[in-house]
Unconditional design. Structure first.
Length: 179
């Protein structure tokens, strides 16, 4: 059964700039730069028939308009026990609309609603054993985060293998956005 999710790819130049933040955080398992992405909707493990239905359903979203994404800051998930370090995405109406459209289309295809709040980000590292103080110190010492912006001309359906951290990710299908 494939494990699927939809997302936005991060261009190589932006991935390289993000990779310069790597290192110096104890307990961090750094994500490979070719696995950097912004998840729009986690789908999970599905049978092949459902995977085909999902892929066909996503075609309906190709009329969504192109837009830019802007990464503006470092952050963590997990509060007192941080589990991930990420680059945060500046809120955008176009991104929120695309993600909401994914949610609607995938529910119509028979998938249950995603119960998590959409917090767009690029995961840079998985954390194990890092304290909140370690993470805060790392972010303070990482220096000013120069915003990184890139155009989004398509979204993709990714598959991943069942592993810790998921990657490597494979683009199963891409869906161009309207100009």
């Amino acid at each position: 059964m494939p494990r699927l999710f939809t997302g936005l790819e991060v261009p190589e130049s932006v991935a390289f700039a993000l990779s310069l933040k790597r290192g110096g955080l104890s307990g961090a398992r750094w994500i490979d730069t070719d696995s950097y992405h912004i998840t729009l909707r986690f789908i999970g493990d599905v049978d092949h028939q459902t995977a085909d239905e999902v892929a066909a359903s996503l075609d309906r979203l190709s009329n969504s308009m192109r837009f830019d994404v802007r990464l503006t800051h470092l952050g963590t998930f997990g509060g007192d026990k941080p589990r991930a370090l990420f680059a945060g995405v500046e809120p955008s109406a176009a991104l929120s609309q695309l993600q909401s459209a994914h949610e609607r289309v995938l529910q119509r295809a028979g998938l249950p609603p995603d119960g998590r709040k959409f917090v767009p980000h690029v995961t840079l590292a998985r954390l194990r054993g890092s304290s909140a103080m370690d993470a805060a110190r790392f972010m303070a010492e990482a220096g000013r985060f120069e915003p990184l912006q890139f155009p989004v001309g398509r979204f993709v359906l990714f598959s991943s293998r069942d592993s810790v951290g998921g990657g490597p990710y494979v683009v199963e299908q891409s869906y161009p956005l309207a100009a």
